[in-house]
Write a protein that binds this ligand. Sequence first.
Ligand code: A2P
Length: 343
Amino acid sequence: MNRYNVAIVGATGAVGEELARVLEDLDFPVGELLPLASSRSAGGQIEFKGKMIRVEELTESVFEGRDIDIAFFSAGGSISEKYAKYAVEAGAVVIDNTSHFRMDPNVPLVVPEVNPEDISLWRETGIIANPNCSTIQMVQLLKPLHDLYGIKRVDVSTYQAASGAGKEGMEELVKEMQAFFAFKLDEYKPEAFAHQIALNVIPHIDVPQPNGYTKEEMKMILETNKIMHSDFAISATCVRVPVLRSHSESITITFKEGVDVDVAKVRELFANAENVVLVDDIENKEYPMPITASDTDFTYVGRIRKDLFSDNILHIWGVADQIRVGAATNSIRIAQKWIAQEI
Ligand code: A2P
């Protein structure tokens, strides 16, 4: 069996650490692993397959002569902007987790369950973009519905976990909860989020845009149509909630005129969709929740209902571990497909 040398840029971050775990869990054929981070954590170690591996500093020349086949980037958009080209020049395919290259028409934006065929475009730039975490779990559910009925419009509200803002976000939620129990919450100054996240919800993720939406909302809108090669209308409202891990989404789908949604058929569709798990029995208190999805590689769907007023409208509730399904696992599934297509 062929083995592939793999670099992880941002190896000490929330997604970077998960990448190493998922490589192990999915038994990815790793030859050498090169963990890279900033000078702050260079010299430290990460554990991979029972061995401790030294973290090196990301520099312009670090990829030279290392024979890296696949470089996963997960250290922020500005780092990808600056350093991805050095990995490509050294002969690696870059699988980028940041938003930097996603809307570049020459860069494929891939969710393997939805548009694996787009991977072949990687030769244009040497880069494959991993979509936004909230987008990935949504398109996994929209794709089979679009194939069945044809989507006219999607309205989504998200309930996004603190870890979507990296380790810093997770730590802020924990520290605020500790401050709350010590009766000191009013002394705590939020840094990762615009407001206190403990015991609160914040309808503001990423930078506000001139059109009144946030950048996170625009990512969901623009990336969805790029991945699905579609042009349906979408509105998104992205909300941060005091959950450590896994994003939830309430999704309303309007199908083309004349469609009469058959809920039994939709359930059957989801029961057979790749990497999707149907959990839909409210009588028995069964529906997806962040605690259902965390630390798994599946997108869960439930609360499937036909609209009470329009036959062509469906409401669903989807949950996935955004660090795995929305980042690390999707990237590694891209790498698996890339190997299958290219090698
Ligand atoms: P470091 O630990 O050295 O700061 P998270 O998304 O959880 O905040 O993680 C961000 C990741 O990106 C970390 O691994 C972090 O490394 C890495 N990173 C941040 N800035 C740089 C940089 N200038 N060069 C390389 N890696 C960086």
